[in-house]
Every structure is written in C-alpha cells, then in structure tokens.
Write a protein of this length. Structure first.
Length: 420
C-alpha cells in the first residue's frame, strides 16, 4: 500500500539538536556551523579594518581584540550547550566581551557597535533570568551611550544596533526557557513511561499469581498426597494423578488465554502510537472523536483487527505517501445485507500508490486478519481525488449479541427459548 506519510525520522536525523549535547562528531560540527554563521555580522568591523587609511597599530589592535572576543563568545555558548559553566568562567567571559565591545567601539569605529549585540545574546544564553533581565538593558544602554559619540549614525543607530541588541537578548532568554521546558517535559515523559512499565509488570505479576497460584498449590498438594498413597493405595493415588493432570491442563488453558489477551492490540493503544508517529513525521492529524471513545460493543477479535488495520495504515502513510495531512475516522455503516459494520478510515493527501501496484505483504496479511473477523478491507483514491484511503470494516453483530442479556424472545415460550 502506499498511503499516508513521511517517515518517522530518528532523533539523530536532527543534526542541530537545539538545547541538547551533541552525540557524535556530525552533530558537533552542525552546532558549530549553526553558531558560527551568525559571526557573518562581524563582516562590518572586519571591513573597517581592511580599508585604506587604517594604521597598522589599529589593525593589530582590532584583529587581536576581535579574535579574543570571538573566542570568549564560543567559550560561553559552547560550554553552556555541553556542560554547566562555572561562575568564574561565565562572568569572566561576559566581562571580557563587554570590555572589548566598549574599548573597540570607542577607539576604532561605530561599526564595532555590533559587538554589543553579541554580548547581549551571550548574556541571554548563559545568565539566569533574574540577572539577564538587568544585564541586557544595561548592555543596550552602554551601546546607546557609545553610539551617541558618532554624529554620522545618530539618525539610525538606535534601529540598527540598539533595538537588535535588546530584542535578540530577550529572544535568547525565551529560547533558553523553551529549551529548559522541553528538557523537563522529556524527563517527565521518560518518568511516565517508566512508571507505566512498572505498573504493567505489577499487573502481569498479579495476573500470573491469580492464574497459577491456586493451580500450582493444588498440584503440589495432590502430588504429595499421591506420593503418600502410592505404596498402599495405588487406586487412590491414580485418582490424585488424574486430578493433577486435569488441573494442569486447565492452568495451561488459562495461561494461553491470558497471553492471547496481552498480545492482542487495542484500538486506544494503537491510536496513541499512530498520533506519535504522525506528529514525529510532521503531518497534520485529524482524529474523529468517535475514535477516542471506548467501544464496549466491539468484540475482542474485531477490535484487534481494527487495531492492526490502524497500525498498518499509519505505517504506510509514514513510509510511502509523502503526505502532509492524515485523517482518522470511525463510523457505523449499514450494508445491503442489513448488517451493521464499524468502518475505520485512514485518509491522506499524498501521492497514492501506482495504479499497477498490488497489495504488499502488509495489506495482504491485513486482509486475512479482517477476513477472520468476518470483515473486509477496501483501498483506493481519497474522496478528494488526491491521496489514498484505507477502509477496514468489521461487523458489529457479534459484539452486540455478546453484549445483549440472555432474555427470552417474546414470540416464544421461555422453555422453548432456553431449551431448543
């Protein structure tokens, strides 16, 4: 099949990994490039140094100060990305950047005012909010004071330098807050997953105890009893052995039923997994509210078939479709044979499969699963003409019969309804 989506990109496919420590050399290089590209704004002071008429002393002083400034900037930004900065390193590097911004701007040219913007950004990145909310306006005020010395830029230096310094500084404060919040959410999600796994282990332990505890205790007791009876009462011992065989067979049946229940997919679980896969792939998701509700009238086999259909459809959407959006619907439909069906529809706006393409293994297996539940699978173009639609049908009759109370029919006597 084809349908609906892009592939679920692993985390390593995001080379920048904003707010996270790089895991390999490729990610470290990507972070360096992403940070270094902003240094292109230093082209203005570099251009001022290479102009004609600039003395050798000014050039040495300018390039030396600029190199030291850039080194301090990288120390602050990269050390903050990868590990917590010590207070001495953080305040020392910020003080050096601010001092160089002042000294170079006062002694060379107004083009060096751009250094205040980098200093403001670095303050927003590394300082806590209580300090950065004062440091950023202070840096901007110093920029305004130094810029006022140059009459040729008084008409525009507020907009060219001061506002970017103030805005970029506070923007980085917001970015750092977002990064911290994301890290906390990631940790909370891992904790929820750990607690869920622990609860599942406890549930499995309780179920196994309830299933096997009594049976194994009974088998042990009867085995001991049969052992004591064997020399003198072989007939009674044989009865105990027969009881042991019966109990053990029943315990085996109970365990198989329990394992089958654990392995059967649930619609709610598959819906949560489908949401996560589609969001990770960057698709816009639309979910029918009917799909969110518990479907008590749906028998276990039918629900399992629909859950497999949802899993297969979303997998194909993610891997093959190249879609931008995906719609999940659940509706009840009456067929011509007067039977009521529950229909799960997965519709995307992707390219759709080639006309000559036959069902792959996934769809063929899905057809077989639905056939076992007395359902069927339909695939084809989306209703809007672009995209792909998968529809899985399962009957509701079995579930409704199982849910109805066993009341006698009003058209027949009670004894006939119960006995014939």
């Amino acid at each position: 099949m084809t349908p609906v989506e892009k592939t679920n990109e692993p985390e390593d496919h995001n080379p920048v990994r904003i707010g996270q420590e790089p895991r390999n050399r490729r990610q470290a290089l990507a972070k360096t490039a992403w940070t270094g590209v902003w240094l292109l704004y230093l082209a203005s002071p570099v251009g001022q140094l290479v102009q004609d008429g600039v003395s050798t002393g000014d050039r040495i002083w300018g390039f030396s100060g600029l190199a030291l400034f850039v080194l301090s900037y990288f120390v602050l930004v990269f050390r903050h990305m990868w590990r917590v900065l010590t207070r001495h390193v953080m305040y020392g590097a910020l003080a050096l950047m601010l001092g160089l911004s002042l000294a170079l701007s006062l002694t060379l040219d107004f083009a060096w005012l751009v250094l205040f913007i980098f200093t403001s950004v670095a303050s927003g990145v590394v300082l806590p909010w209580r300090q950065s909310r004062w440091a950023i306006p202070l840096i901007t005020a110093l920029l305004l004071a130094v810029g006022a010395r140059y009459p040729e830029i008084r008409d525009y230096y507020v907009f060219a330098y001061a506002l970017p310094a103030l805005g970029c500084g506070f923007m980085m404060v917001g970015v750092q807050h977002l990064i911290r919040t994301t890290a906390e959410l990631r940790a909370a999600r891992q904790e929820v997953a750990r607690l869920a796994a622990n609860d599942e282990r406890l549930r499995l332990a309780r179920d196994l105890h309830d299933l096997l505890g009594h049976s194994l205790s009974l088998i042990t007791l009867k085995s001991e009893l049969a052992g004591r009876m064997l020399p003198d009462k072989p007939e009674d011992a044989a009865k105990q052995v027969a009881d042991i065989e019966r109990v053990s067979r029943q315990a085996l049946v109970d365990v198989r039923e329990a394992v089958t229940g654990y392995r059967r997919p649930r619609l709610a679980v598959e819906l949560a997994g489908a949401r996560a896969a589609l969001r990770t792939a960057g698709l816009t998701i639309s979910v029918d509210p009917a799909l969110e509700r518990e479907h008590h009238r749906l028998a276990a086999d039918e629900e399992g078939a629909l859950a497999w259909a949802l899993r297969e459809a979303v997998t194909n959407v993610v891997r093959h479709s190249g879609a931008r959006s995906c719609e999940l619907l659940l509706t009840e439909e009456w067929e011509s044979d007067e039977r009521r069906y529950l229909c799960l529809s997965v519709v995307d706006d992707g390219a759709g499969p080639p006309r000559s393409q036959h069902d792959g293994n996934g769809l063929s297996g899905l057809r077989e699963r639905l056939a076992l539940a007395d359902g069927r699978l339909e695939t084809g173009p989306a209703p809007r003409g672009r995209g792909f639609a998968l529809r899985a049908y399962v009957p509701l009759t079995t579930a409704l019969r199982a849910a109805e109370p066993s009341t006698p029919s009003p058209l027949r006597p009670v004894d006939d309804a119960a006995g014939r």
